[in-house]
Design a protein. Structure first.
Length: 123
């Protein structure tokens, strides 16, 4: 019985290691999609230099972070917000809001149990 178990484990280990990068089919990272097909893995169609260049390009554009975590290579990379105001303009807006703490829709926070009330209803 122990010999059968050892042979079974050895054969499963051998078949699992053969299916890593040289296989045409790969298990999906999330295990929900089942198996994905990678036809370029059928033969050695991609050179080592091409893979290194692809990884370096992914490092430069920031997509390697997402690819290494199982997201697709086409994951939309959202650019950061464009800053249109200077620091001084933001500080001026803050001071104006502190002087007149009413929102654009006419609400004002009185604090406590009163909470937000319509500023037009204040005495």
């Amino acid at each position: 019985m122990k010999i059968r178990t050892a042979i079974l484990v050895a054969s499963l280990a051998a078949s699992a290691t053969a299916s890593f990068a040289t296989s045409v089919y790969h298990a999906s990272p999330s295990q929900e999609e089942g198996v994905s097909l990678a036809p370029d893995h059928l033969g050695n169609a991609v050179s080592r230099q091409a893979v290194e260049n692809t990884v370096l390009a992914a490092q430069k554009d920031g997509s390697l972070y997402w690819i290494s975590r199982g997201y697709p290579a086409t994951y939309p990379l959202v650019p950061g917000p464009k800053l249109t105001k200077t620091r001084q303009q933001v500080l001026d807006e803050l001071q104006a809001a502190k002087r007149n703490p009413v929102t654009s829709d006419g609400m004002r926070d009185l604090g406590g149990e009163a909470g937000w009330v319509n500023a037009r209803q204040l005495p």
